[in-house]
Design a protein. Structure first.
Length: 269
């Protein structure tokens, strides 16, 4: 097995010549890091960049975020998908302002109390905003570890084993740069056709967006935000019955993303 020092040198040598640049890598502002990490969940990087920059113009601080209406938030989020993430981010901003005096938490336990902040996002915020030696596992990092430490037994490997390796090889002097380097190296591996993710036990294939319930959710939410009011009985989507559409509408209402003005009439919150 490759020694830690050799592995770190391999990764950093690659990073020195091939590092990628993103706007969220140019900041250590905890709020801006939190926004980027929530946006990057299940969304391609190139789609996130313009949305991230636009978001920070509209809501540059947690105070601005907390004072916005939910409809403003969802309109700014439109195009990123998984709209509950935008609502969670808004709710997190409200909590940070009301309970934490505008301070983004710097501990795992405190971060996990925020809406929409799971294990990965909490650890990523700690690493990238506060340069703490947490364990960060995402798809590119997972690819690197599988390739160098578990190439011949990928199908049997669970994320806990990947975390154990990461704990051993982490650069504790600069975890922020270390994880950026791992991500870029993993991205390169995948561009070379090396991708083990779908072979892991924890892998679950995502259903196509078109023809899915997510498509209907996105349509109903977008149209209601733009029109301020939507009569679901007049919505016609090929392949969907009125019963399907009504069910999705009720889900959006129950989740607090939209309101029901009267029977079958959706409106913004």
């Amino acid at each position: 097995m490759m020694r830690t020092s050799e592995f770190q040198k391999l990764i950093y040598d690659f990073f020195e010549k091939n590092h990628r640049t993103f706007p969220w890598r140019e900041t250590q502002n905890p709020y801006e890091i939190m926004v980027s990490e929530i946006m990057l969940q299940q969304t391609q990087t190139l789609r996130v960049i313009p949305k991230y920059l636009d978001w920070l113009k509209k809501f540059p601080t947690t105070k601005k975020l907390a004072n916005a209406s939910l409809s403003e938030i969802l309109l700014a989020w439109n195009g990123l998908g998984y709209n509950r993430r935008g609502k969670f981010l808004w709710e997190a901003g409200k909590y940070i302002e009301s309970e934490l005096q505008g301070r983004i938490p710097a501990t795992f336990i405190e971060l996990r109390k925020l809406p929409g902040i799971g294990e990965y996002t909490a650890n990523a915020i700690l690493a990238f905003a506060y340069n703490q030696s947490t364990i960060v596992v995402e798809t590119n990092i997972r690819t690197v570890v599988l390739h160098h430490f578990f190439k011949d037994s990928v199908e049997k490997i669970r994320d806990q084993q990947i975390k154990t390796v990461l704990a051993k090889v982490i650069d504790k002097t600069d975890p922020r740069s270390w994880y950026y380097a791992l991500m870029d190296y993993g991205n390169w591996l995948k561009s070379e056709g090396i991708d083990y993710f779908h072979k892991q036990k924890s892998y679950t294939k995502q259903k196509p967006f078109k023809g899915s319930e997510r498509f209907v959710r996105g349509y109903l939410l977008r149209e209601t935000l733009l029109l301020k009011k939507l009569d679901t009985t007049k919505v016609i989507l090929p392949g969907y019955t009125q019963k399907n559409i009504k069910k999705v509408a009720q889900d959006l209402i129950r989740e607090g993303l939209l309101k029901e003005r009267s029977t079958d009439i959706l409106t913004v919150v």
